[in-house]
Ligand binder design. Structure first.
Ligand SMILES: N[C@@H](CCC(=O)N[C@@H](CS)C(=O)NCC(=O)O)C(=O)O
Length: 210
C-alpha cells in the first residue's frame, strides 16, 4: 500500500491507523508548498488535488475518514472497529462529528487566517467559526465524562480521527480553543502517548524546518 501525504496534514489520520495496524506501507511525500498537488501525475491519482490518498493495488481511495474505515475493515482481526451494529453506528457518528462539526470550523479559521490569500480572508468569519467549534466541542467534552475512548471500552479509528482533529485546534493556539475543555485535552494527550501514535501536528511542522 502507498500513502500519499505530507507530514502535518490530514494524512496523519491515515498514518496513525497504519501504524496501529502494524502493516507495511510506503509513504509518498507530496509537498503542497512546491505545487506538487497540482502536478498532472498527482491529479491523476486524486483529481481533487488533496491529501491524503491511499493506493492499495489497483484501488485508489481519497478522503481521510473513508481511508481509515477501509483500513480498519480490511484488517478486522486488529480490532479497530467494534462488531455490533450499534457500536459501529456510534463509531460512524463520531467520525462524522469530528469531520463536520469539529474540523470544519477549525478549517474555516485556518483558511481565513493563513491558507487563503490575504484578499480572500474574512476577519469576521473567525469569531463565528470559533464559537461554532466551541459549541460542538462542548458536546464531546460532556460525552467524554468517565470515558477512555469515544465508543465502548476499546480504541477505534474514531479516536484517532478525533484526537488529530483536536490537535488541529491545539495548533491554533492563539484562539484558546481547548482552554475550557479539560477532558478533551486529556483525551488528546493520552491518545498521542500511545506507542504507535504519529507525531503531533506541531512536531510535523518542526520536522520540515530541520
Ligand atoms: N475531506 C478531505 C480533506 C482533504 C484536504 O483538504 N487536505 C488538505 C491537506 S490537510 C489538502 O490537501 N489541501 C490542499 C488544497 O486544498 O489545495 C479529507 O479528509 O481527506
Amino acid at each position: 500500500m502507498k500513502l500519499y501525504g505530507f507530514p502535518p496534514t490530514r494524512s496523519i489520520r491515515v498514518l496513525w491507523t497504519l501504524r496501529e495496524l502494524d502493516v507495511e506501507f510506503e509513504f509518498v511525500n507530496v509537498d503542497p508548498t512546491k505545487g506538487e498537488l497540482r502536478r498532472p501525475e498527482f491529479l491523476a491519482v486524486n483529481p481533487a488535488g488533496k491529501l491524503p490518498v491511499l493506493v492499495d493495488g489497483d484501488f485508489i481511495l481519497t478522503e481521510s475518514v473513508a481511508i481509515v474505515l477501509y483500513l480498519a475493515e480490511k484488517y478486522p482481526e486488529k480490532g479497530l472497529l467494534p462488531s455490533g451494529l450499534r457500536a459501529r453506528a456510534e463509531v460512524n457518528r463520531w467520525l462524522l462529528f469530528s469531520a463536520t462539526e469539529l474540523e470544519q470550523p477549525l478549517w474555516r479559521i485556518a483558511r481565513h487566517t493563513s491558507l487563503y490569500p490575504p484578499e480572500k480572508r474574512l476577519a469576521a468569519e473567525i469569531p463565528i467559526a470559533r464559537q461554532d467549534f466551541l459549541d460542538m466541542a462542548a458536546v464531546l467534552e460532556k460525552h467524554m465524562d468517565g470515558r477512555q475512548f469515544l465508543v465502548g471500552d476499546n480504541v477505534t479509528v474514531a479516536d484517532f480521527v478525533a484526537a488529530y482533529t483536536l490537535d488541529m485546534a491545539a495548533v491554533l493556539e492563539k484562539y484558546m480553543l481547548l482552554d475550557k475543555l479539560p477532558r478533551l485535552r486529556e483525551f488528546m494527550e493520552r491518545m498521542y502517548k500511545r506507542p504507535n501514535a504519529p507525531p503531533r501536528i506541531a512536531e510535523a511542522f518542526a520536522s520540515l524546518r530541520r
